[in-house]
Each structure stands twice: as structure tokens, then as C-alpha cells.
Design a protein around this ligand. Structure first.
Ligand SMILES: [Cu+2]
Length: 153
């Protein structure tokens, strides 16, 4: 017959405290990022002189799912997208937004970043761009800045 294994000694208190802290940090890391930012002509590359403006609320979950909406004013928008590119430079479209109202654009359901796009996001390299007939390259723009958002928490 096999002997019953001895009962392990109780874990030291410090070890338990460290474990609790690690769990707390994980819980914090699991929360979604909710980014609120403005769009304006001066963020465009090159800058656009316009009265148009926008307010974006974009949520990025830790599973890389994207949701959110952009509200605009003073612009006859033709298209809106999330692009990949650093502030001060232009880059490709990664998520086309859907028109969701007269002055509203929404991230389509089920949108998700690739691993490479998520890494770019974490490095402040995604932006929202709203286009118009007058400014087909983009009239107003706003950068997703997760590091700045994290500092504001
Ligand atoms: Cu675009």
C-alpha cells in the first residue's frame, strides 16, 4: 500500500502576500482600455485648416477586440477608418468604420486587431481618420494614445 503523502507545510505569509499582489496586477491588466480623444484638422498630415471636429470613444479589449464610435461636427464625411501610423505620419487602413448616424461612425461588430496591430496600438501607432470630398486624404484625425490614457487613470 502506498503511504499517504505528508501534508505540505503552510505557505509563508510573505509568499501569499506576493501572490495576492500578482493577482491584483493581473486583474488590472485584464481590464479593457477605453480611450476618449478628439479629432481635428491640425492632426492631419499635412495639417488641414477646418472647423470640423470629432470626439472618439474607442475600446480595446485585452483579447484585441475593438469597439467604439466617433461623433463628428462640421464635416460632410465620406469615410472613416482606423489607420496604422505614428502621429505625424500616414499609414494604411486597418479597420473601416461604418456610418451609424448623420454625424456618427462606429467600429463594426466583431472587429479585432491582429497581434502586430495590437503591438502598434500599444506604441501609440493607431489613429482614426475621417475623410470628406473636400479632403479625400482625411479632414480630421485623432491618435489612439494608450500610454497617455494609462497615465491619466
Ligand atoms: Cu481613412
Amino acid at each position: 500500500m502506498n503511504a499517504v503523502p505528508p501534508i505540505r507545510p503552510a505557505l509563508p505569509r510573505a509568499f501569499l502576500a506576493a501572490g495576492a499582489l500578482a493577482l491584483a496586477l493581473c486583474a488590472g491588466a485584464a481590464a479593457a482600455d477605453e480611450l476618449k480623444f478628439k479629432l481635428s484638422g491640425d492632426m492631419e498630415v499635412p495639417p488641414v485648416a477646418t472647423q470640423a471636429a470629432g470626439n472618439a470613444k474607442i475600446t480595446i479589449d485585452k483579447d484585441m477586440a475593438v469597439s467604439g464610435e466617433v461623433m463628428t461636427s462640421g464635416i460632410a464625411a465620406t469615410m472613416a477608418h482606423i489607420h496604422r501610423g505614428k502621429a505625424g505620419s500616414n499609414g494604411p487602413v486597418i479597420i473601416p468604420l461604418s456610418k451609424s448616424g448623420d454625424n456618427a461612425w462606429a467600429v463594426p461588430a466583431g472587429a479585432r486587431l491582429s497581434a502586430a496591430e495590437y503591438k502598434a496600438y500599444m506604441e501609440d501607432e493607431l489613429y482614426v481618420n475621417v475623410h470628406s470630398a473636400a479632403h479625400p486624404g482625411g479632414e480630421i484625425r485623432g491618435q489612439l494614445m494608450p500610454r497617455k490614457a494609462a497615465m491619466g487613470k
